[in-house]
Design a protein around this ligand. Structure first.
Ligand code: DAH
Length: 348
């Protein structure tokens, strides 16, 4: 009798140790089989009471049952513990690290250079305002580029264009265009008013590259010719364009200037997008950035293309597309746009 009680007590103690030592659910399962499975010590003790008389068997049976219940309860508690540990381990393993920067998949496709993107966008803005898009050639005649634009041979404005001439025909009669204004002449020769056109294109000057200049750049010319067009139409169009391209916080202003092909003439300026008008280094403390020229088409220009200046009036403008893109994207040095450093270009 004592022998069996001791054996049970020993079995219980060892069983509790065994359960506590199980480090995984699998180990616990193995311990359970060993402790109360068919081949276990407990089963053997149970079998041994078969030959006892009913009272003794009942008493033993109770002891055995108590021992089993105790072990079962401890094993259940251990199982719950192990399940929680394993769940935590799994969560830890599967946890997403939200601090990690996962770069978006980049299609390895090229795209338009920033300047051509800007040109397309500018065309869209003006097309939405009712303009058509026209083009002219890069190699121009002196007449289209200067004479018809009211810049005769001896005019001092000629020197301002740093024009590149070609060795073709009479000296200085064929050139690489230094501005897109000659396309105005071509459009007016081709078409009678009303005219609402923008003319983007590349232009070239004998210039030294710096942070704001490049000898090869892009302009967008604008021309409106109709009955009753006023300077107010010019100012309104330029302001509508500014808001459409730069956003509602950026505004335009026109300051007196001088161009041979417009009268009156103005410089087109916008709120400095870097300081938003309060004054900074980029805008030399003025709060404004100059982006091009504009004005009312000079009567001599109309006469050159056979449009009656008494019947029609109009306005014109010419903006630097590179400058517009540079200013909108706050790029400090224009040369970066053309350096072809893929790390820079990829941003756009
Ligand atoms: N063609 C001028 C230039 O390149 C810019 C310009 C000024 C164009 C006034 C215009 C204008 O159409 O009206 O410097």
């Amino acid at each position: 009798m004592t022998g069996v009680a001791d054996e049970l007590a020993d079995l219980r103690a060892k069983g509790l140790d065994r359960i506590a030592a199980a480090a995984t659910i699998d180990e616990l399962r193995a311990a359970e089989a060993e402790l109360w499975g068919r081949k276990s010590q407990l089963a053997t003790v149970q079998r041994s009471i078969g030959g006892l008389d009913p009272d003794a068997r009942k008493a033993r049976g109770q002891q055995i049952n108590e021992a089993r219940q105790r072990l079962l309860a401890v094993a259940d508690a251990r199982r719950a513990e192990l399940e929680e540990i394993e769940r935590q381990a799994r969560l830890q393993a599967e946890r997403m690290d939200l601090t990690e920067v996962v770069p978006p998949p980049r299609p390895q496709r090229g795209h338009y250079n920033l300047v051509n993107q800007a040109r397309d966008e500018l065309e869209d803005v003006f097309v939405a305002m009712g303009f058509v898009v026209e083009e002219g050639p890069i190699v121009e005649t002196d007449w289209n580029n200067f004479e018809a634009l009211n810049i005769p041979k001896a005019h001092p404005a000629r020197s301002g264009f740093d024009t590149l001439y070609l060795n073709l025909g009479e000296p200085e009669s064929v050139l690489i265009r230094p501005h897109t204004s000659p396309v105005q002449i071509r459009v007016m020769q081709r078409q009678k008013p009303p005219i609402y056109a923008v003319m983007p294109g590349r232009v070239y000057r004998k210039d030294t590259p710096d942070a704001r200049h490049n000898p090869d750049f892009t302009q967008i010319e604008g021309l409106v010719v109709d009955r009753g067009i006023t300077f107010g139409d010019l100012a309104g169009t330029v302001e509508a364009f500014t808001i459409a391209y730069f956003g509602p916080d950026i505004h335009s202003r026109l300051r007196p200037a001088s161009f041979p092909f417009t009268e009156p003439s103005a410089e087109y300026e916008i709120t400095c997008p870097i300081c938003r008008g309060s004054g900074c280094r980029t805008c030399s403390g003025t709060g404004w950035i100059e982006l091009g020229g504009c004005g009312m088409v000079h009567p001599n220009v109309f006469r050159a293309v056979g449009i009656d200046p008494e019947e029609f009036t109009g306005f014109a403008f010419g903006f630097g597309v590179d400058r517009l893109a540079q200013v909108r994207n706050t790029i400090s040095d224009m040369r970066m746009i053309f350096d072809n450093d893929i790390r820079f270009l990829r941003q756009f």
